[in-house]
Design a protein around this ligand. Sequence first.
Ligand code: FES
Length: 130
Amino acid sequence: MPLLRAAALVPLLRAGGSGGLRGRAPPGGLRGPSLCSAPPQPAIAAKQPFPVELKAGKKYAWCACGHSRSQPFCDGAHKKAAPGVSPLRFTPEEDKAAWLCGCKRTRSPPYCDGTHATEAVQSAQLPTQP
Ligand code: FES
């Protein structure tokens, strides 16, 4: 079945317009285009975390896109460089020293979780600054 015809079936299948086919894959195992798009991948700003002294009650915006020139904090660069990515805003409850993620791959943002030590990060090419 040509791809165009299979894609045309997707709305019908989702709407239940083809009788008993609702919820089933189209004949031949073809699937329609995904309605979801993958989130943009942030740029690796650094291959190591940034040591910072955080102040209790102060509002911070951690750069999640990797394009800020004020790492590890947001400078608004995401608006042009990565419109789908927003900074992570957080307010510490106590004064503390912390390591904020610079590779933008941590699973516990904004804090470093050691992901920067992976081969994927260490072998990555850093973006060039204009
Ligand atoms: S700098 Fe990103 S996980 Fe350590």
